[in-house]
Design a binder for this molecule. Structure first.
Ligand code: AMP
Length: 417
């Protein structure tokens, strides 16, 4: 395996998969450039070595069609500013061979949105799974995806994947393209490497006690994560909307709180498995309930097993927070994914803010903390604590799949060859 830091890019054209899927406002202006800034160390190293850059990314979900609102041309100036040099733009990422060939050392070419081509995702579009020709179309798309990846690969001498946010997808630019480079000419970029190391720090090299805090809305979206963590953690805190399914499954009265009836047997299995494995599974004991789902609604703090009809649990109560503070502060490794309340409403954000503070405090005391998932990251930002945890992951879906124990195709394409 090639180590990016040791590789000399002098005179080489580096084809780099970045995640420039930045949010834009109605005028096409970038509202948050974190992802562009995140790629800069990797890109600068290549340029400083005397290499040139062919940058490829997706933006939004154009579903295989050209959509000017999702053109990466809109961000070329921002990329140029971040790299302090001009950026050329290739308006068709599938026809950029000449522009790539003309690149001189130190020059940068940004390709148009990869997902304007259905080949990038390589999935059949506009056809239902039960259609008799679906499998044929699927095979054909796979072949076209390989062709597209081969075209992209032809632009560069070396392939670097620095897009963690899409590492859980087997797309042309994130995984398939790696097949067209030999093992000495493909590698993970600095951001990817940091992400992979952060996940290894909690899943493979955790110091104990290891606590995972899993919140968010639904059990169904995080069941696989919970099951994988049960074999690794000492403490598992389950909060937020998903907690009510566990309470109802045990006979609790949860009023109008969010829950998934069909997941109740699974919730009971998780509780039993935790007991068997000696994991301290800590659910909420008290909730701040609201009359309706709004910030201004009437509130009351109630026992989580006894929420009155017509009320829904929307934030963690003080008794829950007291328990969780104790657990978090006695931990040496902490993984946090998902808010413990409807933190978007200021009146129900207290619990999530407290969790953010406890994680920051534990980190200050020497614990290793990894925070991931769009909402927990947003919560950390909301409380000004983003720089007080050990690592903030940039990829929500990719991080969740990694915590489920899956090998990410984008990482495997490079490390397993
Ligand atoms: P997820 O995408 O599964 O991580 O869920 C994040 C969402 O869960 C956020 O939008 C929160 O507002 C929501 N959430 C957290 N706690 C609750 C709750 N008690 N009731 C309803 N939604 C919740």
């Amino acid at each position: 395996m090639v180590d990016f830091k040791d590789f000399n890019f002098a005179g080489l054209k580096a084809l780099v998969r970045v995640d420039f899927n930045v949010p834009l406002n109605e005028r096409g202006e970038i509202t948050d450039d974190t992802r562009i800034r995140g790629a800069v160390p990797t890109l600068k190293k290549i340029l400083n070595d005397g290499g040139s850059l062919i940058l490829m990314s997706h933006m939004g979900k154009p579903k295989g069609k050209v959509n000017p609102k999702l053109s990466l041309g809109q961000i070329a100036n921002a990329v140029a500013a971040a790299l302090a040099r001009p950026v050329k733009f290739a308006p068709d990422c599938g026809q950029a061979a000449d522009s790539a060939a003309a690149l001189k050392p130190g020059e940068v070419l940004l390709l148009e949105n990869l997902r304007f081509y259905p080949e990038e995702e390589g999935k059949p579009v506009g056809i239902e799974k039960d259609d008799p020709v679906y499998n044929e179309v699927k095979k054909m798309m796979k072949r076209r995806q390989e062709e597209f990846a081969k075209t992209l690969a032809s632009y560069g001498d070396v392939y670097v994947n620095d897009a963690f946010g899409t590492a859980h997808r087997r797309h042309a630019s994130t995984a398939v393209v790696a097949d067209y480079f030999d093992a000495d000419h493909k590698m993970l970029g600095l951001l990817m490497e940091k992400e992979v190391t952060a996940i290894d720090n909690v899943l493979k090299n955790a110091q104990h006690p290891f606590t995972a805090i899993i919140g968010g809305s639904k059990v169904s979206s995080k069941l696989a994560v919970i099951l994988n963590l049960l074999d690794k953690v000492d403490n598992l805190i389950i909060g937020g909307g998903m907690g009510f399914t566990f309470i109802k499954a045990q006979g609790g009265k949860i009023g109008d709180s969010l829950h998934e009836d069909e997941l109740m047997p699974e919730a009971l299995n998780v509780l039993a498995a935790a007991k068997e494995k000696g994991v301290n599974l800590s659910l909420s004991v008290q909730t701040v309930a609201g009359r309706e789902f709004s910030n201004e609604t009437e509130r009351q703090t109630v026992d989580i097993f006894n929420i009155p009809d017509g009320w829904e649990g929307m934030d963690a109560g003080e008794e829950s927070l007291k328990n969780w503070r104790e657990i978090i502060l006695s931990s040496k490794t902490i993984l946090w994914n998902g808010p413990v309340g409807v933190f978007e409403f200021d009146n129900f954000a207290h619990g999530t803010g407290e969790i953010a503070k406890y994680v920051a405090e534990a980190t200050k005391n020497g614990a290793y903390s990894l925070v991931g998932g769009g909402d927990s990251v947003a919560a950390l930002g909301k409380f000004g604590l983003s720089d007080q945890v050990s690592y903030v992951s940039t990829g929500g879906g990719a991080m969740l799949e990694a915590i489920e124990g899956k090998t990410l195709p984008g990482v495997a394409a490079i490390l397993n060859s």
